[in-house]
Design a protein around this ligand. Sequence first.
Ligand code: GP9
Ligand code: MN
Length: 685
Amino acid sequence: MSDFVKRTTAKLNTVFGFFILVVVLFCIKTYIAYQTEFSLGVKGGVQQFLLAVNPIPAALLLFGIALYFRGRLVYWLMILIDLIQTSWIFANILYYREFSDFMTFSVIKGSGNVQNNLGKSVGQIIHPTDFFVYLDVILLIALLMTHVIRVDSRPFKRRYALTVSVLAFSLMGAEYGMANADRSGLLTRTFDNNYLVKYLGLNEYAAFSVYQTQKQSSTRAHANAGDLQSVKNYLKHNRVGDNPAYFGTEKGKNVIIIHLESFQQFLINYKVDGKEVTPNLNKFYKNQNTLSYDNFYNQVAQGKTSDAEMMLENSLFGLPQGSAMTEYGTQNTFQAAPAMLGQKGYTSAAFHGDVPSFWNRDNTYKSWGYDYFFSSQYYKEKSDYTVGYGLKDKIFFRDSAKYLQQLPQPFYAKLITLTNHYPYELDKQNTDFPATKTGDKTVDPYVQTAHYLDEAFGEFLTYMKQSGLYKNSMIVLYGDHYGISNNHRAAIAQLLGKKKVTSYDLAQFQKVPLMIHADGLKGGIQHTYGGEIDVLPTLMDLLGVKDNNTIQFGNDLLAKNRSQTVAFRNGDFVTPQFVKQGSTVYDTKTGAVIKPNATQKKTLAREQNHVTSELSLSDRVIQGDLLRFYQLKDFKSVDKTKFNYKYTNGIQQLKDAQKSEPTSLMAKNHGKATADYKTDAPELK
Ligand code: GP9
Ligand code: MN
């Protein structure tokens, strides 16, 4: 035994031995921090494995820098590098405790009004045990000072140091390969900081954040007020008015937006084995007080849900790559629906049963002016309450009602559903609908989760009717994007009852529902062509908010003289006449391929030009953060520091609001709920 101790200490007394000790201690500590301080949502063997090994490559690389030096310096450099890395962990522990997210470099730089109030409350956030992360550094210093470990002053061979660096880079590459195989688009689509840490590690995340911040701030720094001119010129020529027959008819009503996850238009009235998939939505669709759109397309790109949210609430397009919410949501200036209505006396709230960091909602919603964000932290979760990304829809709606009834009225509320999400998993007890029989495993259960979503909506609708919300709210439903991707051509053909699908069919398959319902609203099925970019101007028309000087790229679906060209994010488009997909043009009515004649060519070129300009100008607004230069009439810029979505804070804020603004359903009902929420969710029995 003592021999073993001797041999070990002898090894520790070499540069390489000490290096290994530092790396091992650092990796263990990082792993402990991962497990105890952050909730990274690790699922499955691959993710567990990556979480355990992901501190190693960066540790080898960074501590390995010291190996290129000589003598005592090597040791003190390692200690210094350890201190810096440990402080990064330490800072993130504190930040995460407050915001359930990792620090970004734009937050650190404090650029663009990002300060998240952290400075004020560090004293309240910190726990004495947080300092334990420094334990290994202290131990190492003590071992060196007391000469238990002796400094080895022999020079460490350069080529060994180089080998360590090369090894570190190779391991990083391997790690990234594995991570990307488990979650494709990890760096390009930028979903969630938690994902980057879970898969790649805290240091890699830091490097990525520095890169992103640099990239963004250089475009931002080069942009100036003059860049807005071309945007204004474009809008001047393309702006259409409101529809006087609808303008302001829903003024002052609550707005309830229900985001139907991955829900496509073809599901409306669709039947499997003779049974309607979505009977409740179908009824709502046909209701005489519902404006329903049957030529309404999703226009998202990689940012999927977040692109849909960006368009719906800002009438700005998502980006050609990545997600505008994750990349620009924190620091940009926005003139979004929650803020606009907030300044007209509305209370705004977003509801979603996933972690707040996904798509950077926790930061973006502040920039958009949301008063409340009820994320997964606000919902009780038992193990069978969730599936996939989070809370099951029936439980989500039921629990959301508890908060909804406490919101001062009028309110603007957005409820984002989740269960109808790829891979369309649902437990047996919730599955009471037949799957389709295309034989494609990804496609077939889609109607089952869609049916579940429909039932959940049905229950919520009953609640709205009983509580009175149905009468005094404008209820807006929309599908965010496709649920079945174009990779499933054969199955899509079967679903549509066709032999083969063409690019024309796939373009039409991008239709999603849009329904706007209000008591007394003149409804009916509308055939105008439009997309997600057009929703905000339409809602503002109905709410009686003038938008003749907003920087928005959509146009009012109710307006008579509107352009009906629907841009897809890749530059393709649909009009009532043409469906342009790549280099092929189809007749929108018949689906036949068109060989355009001279006049058609001219029209197509004009449409293409329109589409390309609106997309690139919208990108310029986001990438250059141009709204910071634009003073929208009667609009005060949003003070992001006013908002805090932490659970305890939100609950207190709601409680205070019952007194300061006693207009919520409950406040008007002497503090009692106005309706019993009925659900058949088996988990709650
Ligand atoms: C996650 C949810 C899903 O919170 O919104 O996003 P998606 O994968 O559909 O973009
Ligand atoms: Mn989605």
